[in-house]
Design a binder for this molecule. Structure first.
Ligand SMILES: [Ca+2]
Length: 356
């Protein structure tokens, strides 16, 4: 039996066909809308994460976004609670500021670092005159095995120690021009940043950048300390502070870019040298931090329970002195702090630049 021509299709069949056609058209429309929405979202995300202009030399673009800041593993009480932070995009130095870069700044400006100036006796009432000479804090191996709570056994104020002479007179940086500059205090770092047309990162910017797009991973490169048996950062192996076995290849600073970059293409966001941030430090700041572009507490409220009465600025990233038995603050959640005029053998910095 032949099918009837469409013109004579039974009313019930015609309705069914109409419904199928309408349904197909509707579905196609929805799919088109969905694809459009995805494309729009992707385009928006891509545009948001796209650098806003030419890439400044030696910097990488850190796209705007949100992340979970702080420590969720119970390792750092001053990095709790974990809280969401939203940041504008910014440029960040790919590496820590090197001796070569700092030397250019000094050559052009004649800048003299704080460690190269004699301390003001008024700021250190009662200090021995022999200590009121230019110098900085240097690690010296303890003469005998020492406990971890006796830090004076390995830190010394060394007259003549400064960025040009990291271990004091007799040492130099001739073979370390591509290493991070050290013995710079917070004011030195700010002076350099202003000269370079940059600024120090906020603590939130620093941690966001250090995590490299990963969420709450213990290390800036991921989950494991030594993936495939590889050392991923310059810190300390061995019996701190007595022996430094340097399994990672470096006893002190390493040339920048010696270890793999993180997800944003930044080097040494873990270890090598501590990096100054713009924020003042206080241990409970995360309980009150604003969600968007936090700038840290005000200076008058800066507080370090270990040294009450001495306002401090934040340092991040740990250093080549970080041993797992003593200091795991080379992890991205770990926070450090320092008196703004104080420099040391393992403290440097890197800069950022706002997008506009
Ligand atoms: Ca090392």
């Amino acid at each position: 039996m032949k099918s009837p021509p469409s013109s004579v299709m039974r009313p019930s069949r015609r309705r069914r066909m109409t419904f199928i056609v309408a349904f197909s058209v509707g579905l196609a429309g929805l799919v088109a809308l969905g694809v459009g929405a995805v494309a729009w979202a992707w385009l928006g995300g891509a545009l948001g994460s796209r650098p806003p202009g030419p890439v400044p030399e030696g910097m990488v673009w850190i796209p705007p976004g949100k992340f979970r800041m702080g420590d969720s593993q119970g390792l750092f009480p001053d990095a709790e609670p974990v809280h969401e932070v939203e940041l504008d995009g910014f440029w960040m130095d790919e590496t820590e500021v090197t001796n070569a870069q700092f030397a250019r700044f000094v050559e052009e400006t004649g800048y003299v670092t704080v460690a190269e100036r004699a301390p003001d006796p008024a700021e250190f009432p009662g200090a021995k005159p022999e200590l009121l000479v230019p110098g900085s804090i240097v690690y010296l191996p303890p003469k005998e095995p020492t406990s971890l709570d006796n830090y004076l056994a390995w830190w010394r104020y060394v007259p003549g120690a400064n960025w040009r002479h990291p271990e004091g007179p007799g040492s130099d940086i001739k073979d370390r021009m591509d290493h991070p500059v050290v013995h710079v205090c917070w004011f030195d770092a700010v002076a350099y940043a202003e000269w370079a047309g940059k600024r120090l990162p906020t603590e939130a910017e620093w941690e966001y950048a250090a995590r490299g797009g990963l969420d709450q991973k213990p290390y800036v490169w991921g989950e494991e300390r030594n993936p495939s048996g590889r050392w991923m950062a310059n810190n300390w192996q061995g019996d701190f502070p007595n022996t430094n076995s340097a399994l990672d290849g470096y006893k002190t600073t390493a040339p920048v870019r010696s270890f793999p970059p993180n997800g944003y293409g930044l080097y040494d966001m873990s270890g090598n040298v501590w990096e100054w941030c713009s924020d003042w430090y206080r241990p409970d700041y995360y309980r009150m931090s604003p969600r968007k572009n936090p700038q840290g507490p005000d200076g008058a409220s800066s507080f370090d329970p270990l040294e009450p009465g001495i306002p401090k600025r934040v340092q991040r990233g740990g250093s080549f002195m970080c041993a797992d038995s003593y200091c795991i603050r080379y992890m991205p959640a770990g926070r450090g702090k320092g008196e703004p005029k104080s420099a040391a053998w393992h403290i440097g910095f890197r800069c950022v630049r706002s997008a506009r």
